[in-house]
Ligand binder design. Structure first.
Ligand SMILES: [Zn+2]
Ligand SMILES: [Zn+2]
Ligand SMILES: [Zn+2]
Length: 166
């Protein structure tokens, strides 16, 4: 997704339709490569998750789908989300009990997020050095890492700039 190099947050006013289209194309290509099915419903759920650069709750997705196609059974949506998470196309942000589209989605990787508590923006950091450091710490403790999501909460540069200007 579009952002300045070095700034993992999306640029204000970027063409988000392009982000979404690229992410959907990437998802389709990945699923084809892996021989798994990106069904129409899974694709639509992914699109709804990608709608904003902010975490989206399962309930919001359920509501949107119900508006579009009438009653939708919750397990259907949860299964679609599970699929997207298992394929690394979407990450779960536990502290928000919500989901966010992956900026990379090129295979298994560990997610690390900066979460702005003011505007709700989320940035995914992709840093092999960080992964290696965590891996080394865990190994030293004889610990096998299962699921790893690092969530760092604070204020984004845009919100800090707004405050400085006020
Ligand atoms: Zn975007
Ligand atoms: Zn990711
Ligand atoms: Zn912010």
């Amino acid at each position: 997704m579009s952002s300045e190099p070095g700034d993992p947050f999306p640029r204000a006013g970027h063409d988000h339709a392009v982000c979404v289209r690229e992410a959907l194309d990437r998802a389709a290509a990945l699923c084809a490569e892996r021989g798994v099915k990106l069904t129409e419903l899974r694709r639509r759920v992914l699109e709804l998750v990608l709608e904003r650069h902010a975490p989206v709750g399962a309930y919001d997705i359920l509501e949107r789908l119900a508006e579009e196609r009438g009653r939708v059974a919750p397990p259907t949506v949860y299964r679609a989300l599970d699929f997207l998470v298992s394929q690394g196309l979407v990450h779960r942000v536990d502290s928000r009990n919500a989901f966010v589209g992956c900026v990379r989605a090129d295979g298994a990787h560990r997610a690390c997020f900066l979460l702005c508590r003011e505007c709700g923006a989320v940035a995914e950091l992709v840093d092999p050095d960080l992964d290696a450091a965590v891996e080394a710490l865990a190994r030293r403790a004889g610990f096998e890492i299962g699921r790893q999501v690092i969530e760092i909460e604070g204020r984004c540069a845009a919100c800090r700039a707004l405050e400085a200007a006020a």
